[in-house]
Design a protein around this ligand. Structure first.
Ligand SMILES: Nc1ncnc2c1ncn2[C@@H]1O[C@H](COP(=O)(O)OP(=O)(O)O)[C@@H](O)[C@H]1O
Ligand SMILES: [Mg+2]
Length: 359
């Protein structure tokens, strides 16, 4: 009886390849190469529409090994991008954010410029950040920012959804994160986004055992993302930064921790004009309306426009004549609207800024 050991198998693969092609592969890698040849036999047969022999496949593979491997990596990449739901974000989103918004300037200087001016950055030993947190009250535009960055860089935008992390049961959180991150690391030019980050990386002291596994896994994944060969940006967003595990917030894990707070007049004006442009508007005193909503987030403004445009739509429907939105419509809609930002919310946000901001 012949006993097969790992060693004799390797020997066989090397000598098989050698017999067919005259090329010698180290026994350590020959097994893997042989597997690739067997896969190539299948590919080649599909391509030419008939069953090719292992000899033909072996010779073709060895002769074209580099291009075949490259092609396979590309196909694999496309498959992963599809699987992860990668999208191209609109480059125009960047322009909807007012230059007066502090995070825009931080992102421009710290993130975009070193990537665009990579030679100059290298000359000065500047490494572009790879891991970023955006924090701030809900509706302030954190998600919007991340899409804007992906758009302006023309990189893939990949959102890791909570549902993909809980696939096959909540006890798989850590394992799922690991599996997804392994795929992500093989990509190039991609912004990876995790929203509601506190839900997966909450403080370990307060969290259940399930949460612990995912926080630990995340801590392992951060340095791996930083060492990946492709251009990757991992961005996490949270409304509650103080709920995050302190270990994650230590220097060395996230390169930048950027606050996204309320808007100034110019910032609100930009958002207002962005939404106004999509309506059937008449005489609107933009500055007057904008100055009436100092505590409004972009999400609040979006809601305001929903109300105003719906009223205009109904009015025209019932009156049957062209209805143009005016300042009065905004004043009326504003009467029963409560903005997200309050003195309390802002006080807490400022405390968080003092404590956590880093860029
Ligand atoms: N600068 C902006 N211009 C136009 N719309 C914006 C802007 N910032 C945010 N928005 C919109 O406001 C809403 C809330 O923003 P979002 O990014 O989801 O907030 P967050 O992630 O902080 O909760 C979204 O519909 C978004 O498209
Ligand atoms: Mg968001």
């Amino acid at each position: 009886m012949q006993v097969y050991t790992a060693e004799s198998n390797q020997e066989t693969a090397s000598s098989r390849i050698f017999d067919i092609s005259g090329h010698w592969f180290d026994p350590e890698i020959a097994d893997e190469v042989w597997q690739e040849i067997e896969e190539h036999k299948w590919f080649l047969s599909e391509r030419v529409g008939r069953d090719v022999g292992i000899k033909v496949a072996c010779i073709d593979f060895i002769e074209n090994i580099d291009s075949i491997r490259r092609e396979r990596t590309d196909t694999e990449r496309v498959r992963i991008l599809q699987e992860l739901g990668a999208k191209m974000a609109d480059p125009g989103i960047w322009g909807t954010i007012s230059d007066s918004q502090p995070p825009k300037q931080i992102v421009e200087k710290r993130i975009l410029l070193p990537l665009v001016e990579s030679e100059l950055a290298t000359k000065h030993g500047v490494t572009p950040p790879r891991t970023i947190i955006f924090f701030g009250p809900p509706g302030t535009g954190k998600t919007h920012f991340v899409r804007a960055i992906a758009g302006v860089l023309r990189w893939w935008f990949i959102e890791i959804s909570p549902s993909s992390l809980t696939e096959n049961g909540e006890d798989r959180l850590g394992a799922n994160l690991k599996r997804i991150m392994e795929k992500v690391r093989g990509l190039d030019e991609a912004v990876i986004f995790i929203d509601e980050f506190e839900e997966i990386a909450g403080s370990r002291e307060h969290a259940s055992r399930l949460d612990k596994s995912i926080t630990n896994e995340f801590l392992k994944q951060v340095p791996l993302i930083k060492r990946a060969t492709g251009k990757l940006l991992l961005v996490c967003a949270t409304n509650y930064i103080h709920q995050l595990d302190a270990a994650l917030l230590r220097p060395g894990r996230f390169d930048c921790i950027i606050p996204v707070g309320g808007l100034d007049h110019a910032g609100r004006r930009t958002v207002f004009e962005h939404y106004l442009a999509k309506t059937n508007f008449g005489d609107v005193d933009v500055d007057a309306v904008v100055s009436l909503m100092p505590m409004f987030t972009p999400a609040d403004m979006e809601f305001l426009f929903q109300k105003v445009t719906h009223t205009a739509f109904e009015k025209e429907y019932y009156q049957g004549s062209d209805y143009r939105i005016t300042t009065a419509d905004f004043l009326e809609a504003l009467q029963d609207m409560k903005p997200t930002l309050t003195e309390e919310v802002l006080a807490e946000f400022h405390e968080d800024c003092e404590r956590y901001t880093r860029f």
